[in-house]
Design a protein around this ligand. Structure first.
Ligand code: S3P
Length: 189
């Protein structure tokens, strides 16, 4: 896969490892890496917790919608999205037009523990485990529309990247076979 080809888009709940996996995956595929959260931070000139504190979640979601428009120009990128990014009607369909969408999932309690350990996440503030579980359940229906799902529960970053590389390879092979089948017999080499 080269820089001229389609994108790989990572979606999933907080703590799924989208950033770490995305960075390594981009290196392995020789693609650029971008995070929707970083695009928002660059646009606003302030960190995510400050955006939430000063303008609230609704404003942040509007910024995500603007970033979605900007993603249409990306080719040959690995794109890591924020946990809530694909969880509105129509977003997943648009992401799937930009490339292969991979859902990094896992056992909820592992995701929750990881999310609490790293980063300053405003969606965790003032919410109990039960609140977050309810949010995860709500979001699952959106994530499930991804092209593929990888269960990260028992895998390190390297192994998750290995699985994604394998499934991208399989998708490329089956798309190639599909193209061969679609060609008229006399045009086959
Ligand atoms: C959010 C997840 C965060 C970030 C923001 C909101 C969410 O990204 O976009 O704090 O609603 O789940 P990560 O999934 O990378 O933590």
């Amino acid at each position: 896969m080269g820089p001229g080809s389609a994108n790989v888009i990572l979606v999933g709940f907080m703590g799924a490892g989208k950033s770490a996996v995305g960075r390594l995956l981009a290196r392995r595929l020789d693609l650029c890496f971008v995070e929707t959260d970083d695009m928002i931070v660059a646009r606003e000139g302030k960190p995510i917790p400050e955006i939430f504190a000063e303008r609230g979640e609704t404003y942040f979601r509007a910024l995500e919608a603007e970033v979605l428009d900007l993603l249409a120009e990306k080719r040959g990128h690995v794109i890591a999205t924020g946990g809530g990014f694909p969880c509105r009607d129509g977003v997943m369909e648009r992401l799937k037009r930009l490339g292969t969408v991979v859902w990094l999932d896992g056992d909820f309690d592992r995701l929750y523990a990881r999310a609490q350990r790293s980063g300053d996440r405003p969606m965790l503030a003032g919410r109990s485990r039960e609140d977050l579980l309810a949010l995860y359940r709500q979001r699952e229906a959106y994530y499930a529309r991804a092209d593929a799902r990888v269960d990260t529960s028992h895998l390190g970053v390297d192994a998750v990247v290995g699985q994604i590389l394998r499934l991208l390879g399989e998708r490329q092979r089956s798309a190639g076979a599909e193209r061969m089948r679609a060609r008229p017999p006399d045009s086959r080499a």
